[in-house]
Design a protein around this ligand. Structure first.
Ligand code: SAH
Ligand code: SF4
Ligand code: F3S
Length: 467
């Protein structure tokens, strides 16, 4: 254990005493609820925060009536922020009924000064605020919160340390995210992530491998390696390692059956990675390769550092080497200066690559990013172009996904279907979802499923028992 880890262990003991006292005050077992907004990175952080809450003595629930509610926020687009403000109003009314209720905010949104001043001014009922760089200090911050009456705020601008060994409560028993790097140095001109997540830093491969081995020992069969740009993994390390080499090492870990990763930046995707994926038995047949835009003018203004042509070449090369791979992407419509012709370029790429799925976002202006001071596109044009892009995405996705109709493929049973309790939700290696009738005892297992009918992005299917 390093020094930070030792200090936090001590604070965790202190936090236990604080929670004991809190329990006496409220007269029952204190409950906590962690709500996660945003990406997989935040989801993984939430598992660590939940782990600390549990060790400190809180029970864990999904119900926001809990004694402590923590929002782990996202600020990648403005609608993420608006959702948090909306829900905070509701938390305030719950706190009026339960005056000992504790409200905690953390995550990416809290790294923004404008957000912080707004919360200090208009949401004074919040008890504790911290950011993305100091979640490892959560036990210490909990102690400070219990010892004080006012709002505790602790935000760091950046952090070059990586703190391992935090207690963690996983949301799923059979799958887990694993951070391989933190932060981002790419500074795409629309994106706030580098400002709120700090500089790129990779974890040592040994730490990553040990974590995955421990997860496998604990019954995890699928892992997702997490980073804003996994293809640049290792660049700041002393070791001789690349992302492709790391994947090969992960492949050798017994018990792990599926390996996924998020996200790949097209500019850094190596031939070495394509080869490793092609030969792998465990790396899933899915690559998420954010395009963002198809026009070279817009790509340049976005600072993406690839062209329409190089993206198409790369995507087709991958499809050629790994024919059963699913390619998915992110697209932004309405970046400053984007014309109808630029959007035609985006549509052209979608058609040429034939994505299996694409997340299409309306550009959202983020304070402090270079694109915020560029000339914005009017709303009607954005709306019209968004609909055009969406229509093509839906067509190509149905085309790409439906080619598997009738086939039998392995699905990892992930959960009971929300709408029909007799059905399970399974995930194919290529990330497509299939709904099929099955017993919840199958959750966490990989089973063969016949893909009976394609419904655009997903299938309905049936379990094959005797193969
Ligand atoms: N690191 C990942 C993306 C992280 S953010 C990558 O580079 O691919 C996830 C997605 O949100 C991005 O791919 C982008 O499509 C979208 N996004 C980011 N900033 C945005 C903004 N200001 N407006 C709209 N969409 C945005
Ligand atoms: Fe944002 Fe670009 Fe970094 Fe992705 S690579 S997080 S889009 S700056
Ligand atoms: Fe959102 Fe932060 Fe992830 S801004 S997308 S939660 S890195």
């Amino acid at each position: 254990m390093n020094n930070d880890e030792l200090i936090q262990r001590e604070y965790l003991n202190k936090a236990k005493a604080c929670v004991e006292e809190y329990k006496r005050l409220i007269g029952h077992e204190p409950s906590s609820c962690v709500v996660t907004f945003g990406c997989q990175m935040n989801a993984r952080d939430s598992e660590k925060l939940t782990g600390i809450l549990k060790e400190a003595g809180f029970t864990i629930t999904d119900d926001e009536n809990a004694d402590l509610v923590l929002y782990n926020t996202c600020t990648v687009r403005d609608n993420a922020n608006q959702r948090v403000y909306g829900r905070l109003g509701h938390l305030n009314s719950l706190k009026k009924k339960n005056p000992h209720k504790k409200i905690v905010l953390c995550g990416c949104m809290m790294q923004e000064e404008t957000v912080l001043s707004k919360i200090k001014e208009s949401y004074g009922f919040v008890d504790l605020i911290f950011g993305t760089h100091n979640i490892f200090k959560f036990a210490e911050l909990l102690c400070r919160m219990f010892e004080s009456d006012g709002m505790i705020v602790d935000i760091w601008k950046d952090c070059d340390r990586i703190v391992e060994e935090l207690p963690t409560i996983r949301k799923f028993s059979y799958k887990s995210g694993v951070n391989i790097m933190f932060g981002c140095d790419n500074f795409c001109s629309y994106c706030i992530v580098p400002y709120v997540r700090g500089r790129e830093r990779s974890r040592k491969s040994e730490d990553i491998i040990n974590e995955i081995k421990a997860l496998a020992d604990d019954g995890v069969i699928e892992i997702m390696l997490l980073g804003q740009n996994v293809n640049s993994y290792g660049k700041n390390l002393d070791e001789d390692i690349t992302f492709a080499k790391l994947l090969s090492e992960v492949e050798n870990i017994d018990g792990i059956e599926r390996i996924r990763f998020m996200t790949s930046h097209p500019k850094d995707l190596s031939d070495e990675l394509i080869e490793v994926m092609k030969d792998s038995k465990k790396i899933c047949r899915h690559l998420h390769l954010p395009l963002q835009a198809g026009s070279n003018k817009i790509l340049k203004a976005m600072n993406r550092r690839y062209t329409k042509e190089s993206y198409i070449d790369l995507a087709l090369k991958i499809r050629d080497k790994i024919p059963d791979i699913a390619l998915t992407t992110d697209i932004i419509v309405g970046f400053p200066g984007e014309t109808d012709e630029d959007v035609d370029d985006t549509i052209d790429v979608i058609k040429k690559v034939g994505f299996d799925n694409a997340f299409t976002f309306i550009y959202s202006k983020r304070t402090g990013t270079p694109a915020a001071s560029m000339e914005q596109v009017d709303e009607d044009t954005v709306k019209r172009n968004f609909d055009r892009v969406l229509k093509v995405v839906q067509e190509t996705a149905r085309n790409a996904v439906s080619q598997y109709e009738g086939k039998v493929m392995d699905a990892l049973c992930e959960s009971v279907n929300e709408h029909d309790k007799a059905m399970l939700d399974g995930r194919l290696s290529n990330n497509t979802i299939v709904h099929f009738k099955g017993d919840d005892a199958l959750i966490g297992k990989i089973v063969p499923v016949r893909l009976v009918e394609c419904h655009g992005f997903y299938f309905t299917g049936e379990l094959c028992r005797n193969l």
